[in-house]
Ligand binder design. Structure first.
Ligand SMILES: [Zn+2]
Length: 66
């Protein structure tokens, strides 16, 4: 399966993962979730963002222990 970057049109076999905060408020007064971005390894264009599944799991375990 070929994966092509929509920004630079290069095909890639992996993506770069980075951490980013996903906020419900622009000023940071709301809820802040831990999220991750998937970026093109060549031009750095962000291809996708999603909540960090590891952080979501860690939060869930914390809540269940209470
Ligand atoms: Zn690219």
């Amino acid at each position: 399966m070929m994966r092509k970057c929509p920004a630079c049109d290069k095909s890639f076999k992996y993506v770069l993962v980075d951490n980013i905060d996903a906020r419900t408020d622009r000023l940071g007064n709301g809820i802040v979730y831990k999220a991750i971005t998937f970026s093109c390894p060549y031009c750095g264009a962000v291809l996708s963002v999603q909540l960090d599944p590891l952080a979501v799991n860690a939060d869930l375990v914390k809540k269940l222990r209470k």
